[in-house]
Ligand binder design. Structure first.
Ligand code: NAP
Length: 310
């Protein structure tokens, strides 16, 4: 920090933010990272993680995040468990405000991630990680030889359903209308896959099971008829909400709220970079978010160096 101005503020404490912090500290950027009161991102609601390189045995999502946090602190990043409530990217140095302070900074990495949309059922939350999942790529492997259901009719739902057929014996797609929203190509792939079948005009009313998913109660919204579907897993694939409300009017967001990028991690404001699910709705993996954090940090470092050189 020089004259009360930070070189780098990172907002968000999932794999993108914490990896940017590790690289930032080692690059002498003295990163200040606002973790949010609810720190750790989506991995905090994930159980076994089997696909993070370097962990031959499964590691629990929260434990992986604890380790990333410890690593960032060990190399010298300053982590503060506060929510960012306001930013001002129209001034330079930029201003970042939490409920207790406003800090100035030469660069920012936005790494606030996205939250999967939920059905908002108590049983869904209770069985999250115990058969209920939001990520087929992460959890599909656990359903080898089992029966699963996918909720949703968009691109994500079709991709997830198709991916799950590698493992599951059957994939039932439960959609609230009788038409899919997904692109024609993804629809075609799903319709032609013999393991996938569709339950139209239906919603999930309850996820059944005490310690593991055993089935779902569904209701046909046209006929009102309720039925029980026996499945071992439920993938809720009804879209994501990027956590970017605080940046509205400060950087360009697309109509869905994702940060618009140019040249990799650059946003519409020079000096403000983005990493992870706050802009990336395509890959959404802990590993890709971490890699993105590195790219954003390297771009921020170059930007700050040029600023300091004058
Ligand atoms: P999406 O397009 O918003 O689709 C969400 C789906 O979930 C819709 O079918 C919606 O039903 C349903 N849904 C929403 N809320 C629901 C609720 N409470 N209960 C039951 N169903 C509900 O989301 P997405 O599929 O995640 O895609 C997001 C964006 O990423 C899109 O622009 C998509 O094109 C893009 N994407 C692209 C690819 C690709 O190109 N390979 C892959 C993934 C995502 P309705 O249809 O009735 O609204």
């Amino acid at each position: 920090m020089k004259d009360g101005v930070n070189k780098l503020v990172i907002i968000g404490s999932g794999p993108a933010g914490l990896t940017a912090a590790v690289y930032g500290a080692r690059a002498d950027m003295e990163p200040l990272l606002f973790m949010g009161t609810k720190y750790g991102g989506q991995l905090m609601i994930t159980s076994d993680v089997e696909n993070f390189p370097g962990f031959p045995e499964p590691i629990l999502g929260p434990e992986l995040m604890e380790r990333m946090k410890a690593q960032a602190e060990r190399v010298g990043a300053k982590l503060v468990q506060d929510d960012v409530v306001r930013v001002n990217f129209k001034r330079y140095p930029f201003e970042v405000t939490t409920p207790t302070q406003t800090v100035k900074t030469l660069s920012v990495v936005i790494a606030t991630g996205a939250d999967p949309k939920r059905l908002n059922l108590d049983s869904e939350m209770r069985l999250m990680g115990k058969g209920v999942s939001n990520c087929a790529v992460c959890d599909g492997f656990f359903f080898r030889g089992k029966k699963v259901a996918v909720v949703g009719g968009g691109d994500t739902a079709m991709e997830e359903a198709t991916f799950l057929t590698k493992f599951a014996t059957s994939v039932r797609v439960i959609h609230r209308r009788d038409k899919l929203r997904a692109s024609k190509a993804l629809q075609k792939a799903a319709f032609s896959n013999p393991k996938i079948s569709f339950i139209w005009d239906s919603v999930v009313e309850e996820v059944l099971g005490s310690s593991r998913v055993e089935g779902v109660k569904i209701r046909n919204i046209k006929t009102g008829k309720e039925s029980i579907l026996e499945v071992d897993g439920l993938f809720v694939s009804i879209g994501y909400d990027p956590n970017t409300k605080v940046f509205a009017g400060e950087v360009e967001l697309d109509p869905m709220g994702y940060v618009v990028t140019r040249n990799g991690t650059e946003t519409s404001v020079p000096g403000v970079f983005v990493a992870g699910d706050a802009h990336d709705y395509r890959y959404r993996q802990a590993v890709t978010a971490a890699g993105d954090g590195v790219k954003a940090l390297m771009d921020a470092e170059k930007f700050v160096e040029e600023k300091l050189r004058g």
